[in-house]
Every structure is written in structure tokens, then in C-alpha cells.
Design a protein around this ligand. Structure first.
Ligand SMILES: Nc1ncnc2c1ncn2[C@@H]1O[C@H](COP(=O)(O)OP(=O)(O)OP(=O)(O)O)[C@@H](O)[C@H]1O
Length: 143
């Protein structure tokens, strides 16, 4: 199985609930390693740029408003099959449909405030990691 990297975001609702550590623990327990991490408060332009593929969707303005409502934690995660594994740990986009024991089942209530983001493919992961991190900010785990 391939060693991959993926982007994870702990969204403003989960940061406000003070569950950063609980969420990080799920990733580490599943064997994913953090290779980049920072807290940011996105500007409107940064949030619009990140979610540009959704700009024609009816929920776009609300999504940007939510993502700029407070700080987030962005992480580059590395591991075997990291993209799929991260999405499995997150659960379905709509927390009402998320499997028991997933992050969205445990830490989110609604589809518009759903605790976490995870890249959906290796290609989008590379683009999304580069959106938030310079090369120097992503560190190889050498020991
Ligand atoms: N019908 C909707 N109503 C409100 N917000 C939505 C809706 N669909 C998606 N969103 C918001 O837009 C985000 C991006 O939607 P997308 O379809 O890419 O879901 P996802 O890939 O599961 O989530 P993410 O990209 O955040 O990991 C969702 O996480 C959610 O916050």
C-alpha cells in the first residue's frame, strides 16, 4: 500500500468545542503521522480560494462565513493509504449519516458545521497541502 499525504482541517466548530487533542488522537491512534500543523484564522479570500470548486453551490457563502468564524487547525497527515484512512476516520459529510465512532458522529451535529475536512484524493491532497504549507513547513518523519 502506498505512503500518502493528506490535508486535514479541524474546523472552527471543533476548535470552539476544545476537542483538538481528541481529534488528533484519533489520527495518531490510526497510525497517521502529523508532518505539518498550524492554527490559522482564515480570511474571507483564503476560505473562498480553498473552497473555490464549490463557489456556484447554494451553501458557498454560508460555508465561507463558517470557515472564517474562528480559528482552525490545518494538518498534513502522512501514512499508508492516508487519504482513504482519514476520510474513514471522519465519517460521512452529514453527521446524521456518519457511522458510529467517527469524528463527525462524535463531534458534529449538522452538515454545515461538520468538525473536520479531509482531502478526497491524492491529487487534491497535494494541492490542498500546498495551499496552506510551504515546503519547509512540512517535515519528513525521520526517526
Ligand atoms: N448541502 C450542504 N449544506 C451545507 N453545507 C454543505 C452541504 N454540502 C456540503 N457542505 C459543506 O461544504 C463542505 C464541502 O463539501 P464536500 O461535498 O466537499 O464534502 P466533504 O468532502 O465531505 O467535506 P470536506 O470537503 O469538508 O472534507 C462540507 O464539509 C460541508 O461543510
Amino acid at each position: 500500500m502506498a505512503l500518502e499525504r493528506t490535508l486535514s482541517i479541524i474546523k472552527p466548530d471543533a476548535v470552539a468545542k476544545n476537542v483538538i487533542g481528541a481529534i488528533v488522537n484519533r489520527f495518531e491512534t490510526a497510525g497517521l503521522r502529523i508532518v505539518g500543523q498550524k492554527m490559522m484564522h482564515l480570511s474571507k479570500e483564503q476560505a473562498e480560494g480553498f473552497y473555490a470548486e464549490h463557489k456556484e453551490r447554494p451553501f458557498f457563502a454560508a460555508l465561507v462565513e463558517f470557515m472564517t468564524s474562528g480559528p482552525i487547525v490545518v494538518m498534513a497527515l502522512e501514512g499508508e493509504d492516508a487519504v482513504r484512512k482519514n476520510r474513514e476516520i471522519m465519517g460521512a459529510t452529514n453527521p446524521q449519516e456518519a457511522a458510529a465512532g467517527t469524528l463527525r458522529a462524535d463531534f458534529a451535529e449538522t452538515i454545515d458545521e461538520n468538525a473536520v475536512h479531509g482531502s478526497d484524493a491524492v491529487e487534491s491532497a497535494a494541492r490542498e497541502i500546498a495551499y496552506f504549507f510551504s515546503d519547509e513547513e512540512v517535515c519528513a518523519r525521520t526517526r
